[in-house]
Design a protein around this ligand. Structure first.
Ligand code: RP5
Length: 181
């Protein structure tokens, strides 16, 4: 059921096309209920043509799977992990503790406390175990940050990011011009 939901929310192609390519980014989340938020990270990576994988990995409900995912990601060729979770959101921090890869955390707004619980669970990491935390529900920024990080050693990708920034600026200028008329 989860697999089917992943396919339908991410688009058949985005899952199937990735399967033969080594994923550079792992997008993981604590529950399939995080997918409506986390799909935005996949959308950005699709836009920039960055191979990625999407997995449901729970720190609390499937701790062994979380452990083996985090321990094997680097040797499988994954370069960066985006981890989203809500509530007692331990997934990003636990994964950061188990891998030398950079981890970007996405606090997902759960049913109570407006996501502040998720944000604090992810951002308040102890010294020595960093998680780059984006705003609540902002998986788009997690995807963009991942592209920027990979772009440091990938000039083509970095050039696409510069273009994206130009396009974003142009979009704002067009709207501003329309308002002035
Ligand atoms: C966390 O608990 C998940 O990341 C999710 O945001 C939250 C609620 O999970 P479900 O009860 O919806 O599966 O582990």
């Amino acid at each position: 059921i989860v697999e089917a939901r992943l396919h339908s929310m991410l688009g058949e192609e985005s899952v199937d096309d990735q399967s033969s390519v080594t994923p550079r980014v792992g997008i993981i989340m604590g529950s399939d209920s995080d997918l409506p938020v986390m799909k935005d990270a996949a959308g950005i990576l699709n836009y920039f043509g960055v191979p990625h994988e999407v997995r449901i990995v729970s720190a609390h409900r499937t701790p062994e799977m979380m452990f083996s995912y985090a321990m094997s990601a680097r040797e499988r060729g994954v370069q960066l992990i985006i981890a989203g979770a809500g509530g007692a959101a331990h997934l990003p921090g636990m994964v950061a503790a188990l891998t030398p890869l950079p981890v970007i955390g996405v606090p997902v707004r759960a049913s109570s406390l407006d996501g502040l619980d998720s944000l604090l669970s992810i951002v308040q990491m102890p010294r020595g175990v960093p998680v780059a935390t984006v705003a609540i529900n902002n998986a788009t920024n997690a995807g963009l940050l991942a592209v920027r990080m990979l772009g440091v050693s990938d000039p083509d990708l970095q050039a696409r990011m510069s273009q994206y920034q130009e396009d974003t600026k142009d979009g704002v200028l067009v709207k501003a011009e329309k308002l002035e008329k």
